[in-house]
Ligand binder design. Sequence first.
Ligand code: GRF
Length: 210
Amino acid sequence: MQVKKIALLVSGRGSNLQMIIDNIEKRKINGRIDIVISSKKDAYALERAKKYNIDGIYIGKKNFPDINERNDKIIEILSEKQIDLIVLAGYMSILSEKIVQLYRNRIINIHPSLIPSFCGRGYYGEKVHKAVLDYGVNLTGAPVHFVDEGTDTGPIIIPKPVEVDFNDTIETLAKKVLEVEHQLLPLAVQLFCEDKLKVEGRKVRILGTV
Ligand code: GRF
């Protein structure tokens, strides 16, 4: 099986990027990160990429103020590098429909709450955990999903609930959810790279054994 070429899109500290790097190094993922694209110039994720000699590039509002030019630049890089899989690992920008259509069922994202609750436009970072706590639900999660034209609306690949305890704060909840993200995102990438994910309508069938 050919090694899959992966692009990681990031905006922040890149702990999920690190998990994918680690799993590639452990040979659990049959893939290679060919590019890290950051929407933030000073994202620590770019430093991490550099440390591992992975190409990293900033494509954001400052160097590409026009949203169409920004997305076209991303497409140019992805096609130049013949990317098989795009992983959104804390990417805080919205991808254009053009990218979603070009890479249908080949873009993986993670959201830090149980979709379809507390997700969609405006729900990102700590705001998600605050909304979960304010509502008082006792389950949250970190579902990995494929990206479609909506925001957090694509087919769910692997869900895993996380219990919300009475005394949880935004910080403790974010920590618990992040631990689950760190398991599920590399696992989804691993399965994709083994051609084990088959999208059937809104469901994702996992082929073979995990
Ligand atoms: C994660 O909490 C993820 O759910 C959200 O952004 C955060 C990314 O963290 N989309 P990191 O940059 O991978 O450390």
